[in-house]
Design a protein. Structure first.
Length: 451
């Protein structure tokens, strides 16, 4: 079957899906509407007066806590971290070690400290890659694992089963790509913009870039018997059901993809940085959806539903939409592409030697295009100069950059890094507010002290 016959325009498709959702046609797989309302009430969310007929609104959320910053510096000066040193070793349900020097604990998650990436090369070492878990990391037997592909979007409503060995016998694809939580940078809505948001108070370390190897999802779908009427593809994880604080069971983490994306560049990945995919990062096999928000890259994939109609789950109805004054009462269309960001490999409030030469380093990335340019300011944005890029710009990837700086005198300084991608988009001074704190893309103001 040709890709042309099954692909759809993503933006038009998402607009249609949003209209269906607002009209009450959303199929929130495994979750009753009353449970959704109870979930919102338990989270302290108000619903709009029209929620019963138009969907759920999500205003007034609790303020997030302030997280530590990110960052590193090389040169003749010294850099002293003053970041949160809370031990991440106590994070429940994460398998790999979480040294304080590399990670900050965030509930069931572990955020990478950006200063831990200095000098590590282009790809994030697997042992320093951030962990985002809804529940706990399952440790699965790769020899017993398989993925079921099923649904009315397959010819005759059939199904197919693939073991890890089956996948490895198919043509393999290797690509460098980032995985990034949609809430990465969320804490800056509060600390920089003075706005109330909810969710995990990530700074900028809920991202990592790896060299992934696996089989194209499109290849698997075609071998399973993809039909011309297929519309949505819904991967589901093998981690435990996600149960909210009030007891609402949302089932296993799952989020649908438009068929056009599923057939484009999505992988079923079984290797990470040249090694078998480890448990915390989705092993034996995970979905990798380049450029999109991390929730789309389902870990520990166990089954994939292929549907002839749009599919819904809590992760594209209640969560991972934009709510707030700037958005419709029922929220935006489901989030897809990530946004544009930059981070210094430098501790937050680092102490640097005055009148010494320092080489500031960092990374920038975009979900819309390759990063084409990075500008750095060492005086709070009064002046800018172009940073040196150390990687060839690639879509769905980041670039490393550097800029030399000699603080003229002791005192407090604010460093800024601002990226521009190949679509022509440049990081703004502020990000439009949304109540759940997604897609923060403003230039981050990074404080340091010259001594």
């Amino acid at each position: 079957m040709s890709r042309t016959s099954t692909s759809h325009d993503e933006s038009a498709y998402d607009r249609r899906r949003l209209r269906q959702w607002l009209a009450g046609e959303a199929r929130a797989d495994g979750v009753e509407r009353r449970d959704m309302l109870r979930l919102l009430a338990a989270a302290g969310l108000a619903t709009a007066a029209t929620a019963a007929t138009t969907g759920f609104a999500a205003p007034a959320l609790a303020a997030s806590t302030t997280g530590s910053g990110t960052g590193s510096v090389t040169g003749s000066g010294t850099a002293t971290a003053t970041t949160d040193r809370t031990s991440a070793a106590a994070v429940p349900g994460i398998v790999k070690p979480l040294p304080d020097a590399w990670f900050t604990s965030r509930g069931t998650n572990a955020e990478t400290k950006f200063e831990a990436l200095a000098g590590t090369g282009h790809h994030t070492p697997t042992d320093r890659f951030f962990v985002r878990n809804h529940t706990a990391t399952p440790v699965l037997d790769a020899n017993a694992w398989s993925v079921s592909v099923w649904g009315d979007g397959l010819a005759g409503g059939g199904s197919a089963e693939f073991t890890l060995d089956d996948l490895k016998r198919l043509p393999a694809t290797t690509r460098s790509a980032f995985v990034e939580c949609a809430g990465n940078g969320r804490s800056f809505f509060t600390t920089q913009q003075g706005q109330t948001v909810s969710g995990t108070a990530w700074t900028l370390g809920a991202i990592g870039v790896a060299r992934w190897r696996g089989v194209r999802l499109g290849e698997v779908l075609r071998r399973a018997g993809l039909s011309r009427g297929a519309v949505d593809v819904l991967p589901r994880g093998l981690d435990a059901d996600y149960v909210t604080a009030d007891g609402t069971n949302l089932g296993r983490v799952r989020r649908p993809l438009p068929l056009s994306k599923a057939l484009d560049d999505v992988l079923l990945a079984y290797e990470m940085n040249g090694e078998p995919l480890p448990p915390d990062h989705g092993g034996p096999v995970r979905v990798l959806v380049p450029s999109w928000v991390g929730i789309a890259s389902i870990k520990w994939v166990g089954d994939i539903e292929v549907s002839a109609r749009p599919l819904y789950s809590p992760w594209n109805t209640d969560f991972y939409r934009l709510f707030g004054d700037a958005y419709p009462a029922g929220g935006s269309a489901p989030l897809s592409r990530q946004t544009l960001k930059s981070a210094f490999e430098l501790p937050w409030k680092a102490s640097l030697e005055a009148a010494a030469e320092h080489r500031l380093t960092g990374r920038s990335w975009s979900g819309a295009g390759a990063v084409a340019r990075v500008d750095v300011s060492t005086d709070g944005g009064s002046s800018w100069r172009r940073a040196r890029l150390h990687d060839a710009p690639r879509r769905a990837d980041w670039v490393r950059w550097s800029a030399d700086w000699r603080p003229a005198a002791p005192g407090a300084y604010t460093l800024l890094a601002r990226a521009t991608d190949t679509t022509g988009r440049t990081q703004p001074e502020t990000t439009v507010h949304n109540t759940q704190g997604y897609l923060f893309d403003a230039v981050v103001r990074h404080p340091v002290q010259a001594v």
